[in-house]
Each structure stands twice: as C-alpha cells, then as structure tokens.
Design a protein around this ligand. Sequence first.
Ligand SMILES: Nc1nc2c(ncn2[C@@H]2O[C@H](COP(=O)(O)OP(=O)(O)OP(=O)(O)O)[C@@H](O)[C@H]2O)c(=O)[nH]1
Ligand SMILES: *[C@@H]1O[C@H](CO)[C@@H](O)[C@H](O)[C@H]1NC(C)=O
Ligand SMILES: [Mg+2]
Length: 395
Amino acid sequence: MAVSRPVRVLGLAALVMWLFFIWQLFKPSPPSGILPGTQFGPGKHDPNLDATGEPEGKLTYASPDYAPGPSGTARIPATLLALVRNEELDGMLQSMHDLERTWNHKFNYPWTFFNDVPFTEEFKTKTRAATKAECRYEVIPREHWDMPSWISKELFDVSAKKLKEQGVQYADMLSYHQMCRWNSGMFYKHPALADYQYYWRVEPNVHFFCDVDYDVFRYMRDNNKTYGFTISLYDSPESIPSLWPETLKFLSEHPEYIHENSAMEWLTDKDGRPEHYAKANGYSTCHFWTNFEIADMSFWRSKAYEDYFNHLDRAGGFFYERWGDAPVHSIAVALFEDKNRIHWFRDIGYQHIPFFNCPNSPKCKGCVTGRLTDGEPFLYKEDCRPNWFKYAGMG
Ligand SMILES: Nc1nc2c(ncn2[C@@H]2O[C@H](COP(=O)(O)OP(=O)(O)OP(=O)(O)O)[C@@H](O)[C@H]2O)c(=O)[nH]1
Ligand SMILES: *[C@@H]1O[C@H](CO)[C@@H](O)[C@H](O)[C@H]1NC(C)=O
Ligand SMILES: [Mg+2]
C-alpha cells in the first residue's frame, strides 16, 4: 500500500515526539551525590531539612498599628529597596506580589525604587497598584552612578576584554560595573534614604515562598542584627583577583577596624575551594548573595566602611576587575562587625535564578524543601553555607 510522502513525514515526526515524551518521563534522575539536601557531603546535614520555625529572640507580630499610612505607628524607619530598570516592570511586579503576599501586606513597609533614568508612568502606576504601602521613585544622581574621574575608559575597555576572555560574566557591560559600585558604596547615601535605618533589597524576578508573620526589620533592631542573608556562595575568582590583596593593604593601615569577634576565618578558609582561594589570593570567595539583603545602613554609613569603600574605589577594581557588591559587602561585614550580628534568615524561602533557600516548614509553598538549585548539577559546589555554619554557627 502506498503512503503519500507528507503522511510518512508526519508519521515520523509524531514518532519522534512520542519518543521524546517517553524519554522526558523516564530520563535518569541526577546521581545521588547531588540530590536536595546532600550538597553538604557525606555525614554532613543540611539544616534546611530540619523543621524550621521562627527565629529565637524578640518578635513583633502584625497589629492595627501596622496599617498603611500615618496610622502605621509600629513601623520603624525601614524600606523595601529595589534598583530596577523600566524594562523590568513585569519581573518587579512578580517579586512584589510574592513579598506582599508572604510578608508586607501585614506590615506595609514602604517601597523605594531606584533607577539611573526616570521611571515611566506605567512603571509607577503598576507598581503602586501592587501594594497598599507607600511607593517612592528616585533617580540616582550622576555623581553616584558615573564612572569616577580617576578611572580611565581606555584601561576599562582593555581590562573588560581580558576578563571577558577569562569567562567573567558581564565583564564588558559598563552598567553592570556601575551597578555593583552603586550597591557597594552609594545607595545608602541617596537623600531619599536619609531617614531610614534598615532596608530589604529586592530584585526583579525573585520568588518568596514562605509566610513570615513577624516584623523582620524589628527583629533586626531588637536582636542587634546588622546583616541578614539567605544564600551564601563561592564567587568567580577571576572577577576579584586583587580584592583581597587590596583589603589586606587597607587592614595594614587600619588594623583597629577589625572586630574582635570577626568572621576572618570564614573569609580566609582555603579548604572549601582551594583553587578559588589561590586565584583570589587568599580569600575563600565565600560571600552572602546580595540580591537578597536585609541590613542596617548605620554599618555602611560608619567610618570603617566608608574608609574601606573609598580605598577600594580608588584602587579601581570596580572597573578594571569586576568586583561585585556581594564580596565587598560580605568582606566588610565579616571583618568589621561581630559575626553574631550576621543572621541567616533560614525561615525566608527565596529564589533568585538559579539558587533557592527552601526551609522545611508548613508555612512554605512552591519550593522543594532543601533544594539548592534547579540548574545544572555543577552548581551544587557553589554552595558556601556549610562554611558559614562551620565558622559562625546558625545564628
Ligand atoms: N536602573 C538600573 N538597574 C540596573 C542596572 N543594572 C542592573 N540593575 C538592577 O540591579 C540588579 C542586579 O542586576 P542583575 O542584572 O539582576 O544582576 P545579577 O543579579 O548579578 O545578574 P542575573 O544573574 O542576570 O540576575 C537588578 O535589580 C537590576 O534590575 C542599570 O543599568 N539600571
Ligand atoms: C543588644 O545590645 C544592647 C547594647 O549593647 C544590649 O543592652 C542588649 O542586651 C542586646 N540585646 C540582645 C538581644 O542581644
Ligand atoms: Mg539579578
């Protein structure tokens, strides 16, 4: 029996699709070393698998005193803070919906949006509609954003090309360098933040999974916390070869800034990733992943941090290398602050592609308990939390 050619082609296509479907159903699962929760290695235990409740210490719960507007007298001077582009409106709305649903609709802390260009009316209208809280829209002054006068554009171009060849992500994107510098040493100097002490940094396109019922900012204040994180990773050493040497230079001029209970050992651990430690010239590259960050701006506004930032800024690595605000913030807070004032928000379920913090709690929905990543298996070795727990505990 003759079957016409188009019909044969169609039949073949259907067969291929069917086989693909079967393969998707039965494809091999990842090898056991990388299943959720096992990135801590043999004999080690991922605390995200333990039942997780609220943190110890003084907690303040929602009440009518957190109503939106001036009657919300229970709020302390704090804001949700987002640096975002107009084009990222949909991603910003996604992040807002998650954070409002899980936390902020109970407390109504204001949102402050920053941009290097003015926000569009559409951006303002749609973000305002996503919250009952106050929204503020701020433009970053040129002197906080532009390449500083002592940086050479020619040298930047040459370095960017070299870094790019070494595989450093975003190395040749000037705005990315500007963003990292602004997040490191500028944002808290903006006049719009002058009356605020605490902030919670929120990026577009992140997810929050767990209901949080206490005022997180008050938790920070009432329990003497300076810095809060969810995820901690190893950094790309190619992006920061001279960051640690410059830090040591600074410390030799200012040994008095090192806190007596610092997390120096965490910064200088060489066993976790010996090659990273070598390439970063003595820094573990462990850092808090700053796309999530809840912190006390008094720390960034302190003389110690200001001196440190100015030293780094003059050294040029925000442009000639690709220093991120994550290692800069992490090194500073680990050196100049009591490590007991750094808090792991284990109860805040969070995702920024490709990593998660996903606690074991009935308050969480939409993430797999203990899952670190839904990306490629090699990403499991980027997890630096075990090191933090080793040197600083679970506080
Ligand atoms: N307004 C503005 N915002 C920026 C600019 N560059 C980055 N951002 C914001 O800064 C934050 C960090 O930038 P991302 O591009 O997400 O950097 P990243 O998180 O390291 O990279 P991804 O893994 O790609 O998300 C995001 O909130 C961006 O919206 C910029 O040039 N202008
Ligand atoms: C916080 O610090 C203050 C001043 O050092 C101290 O009096 C207070 O007991 C501390 N509170 C907690 C919960 O550690
Ligand atoms: Mg991002």
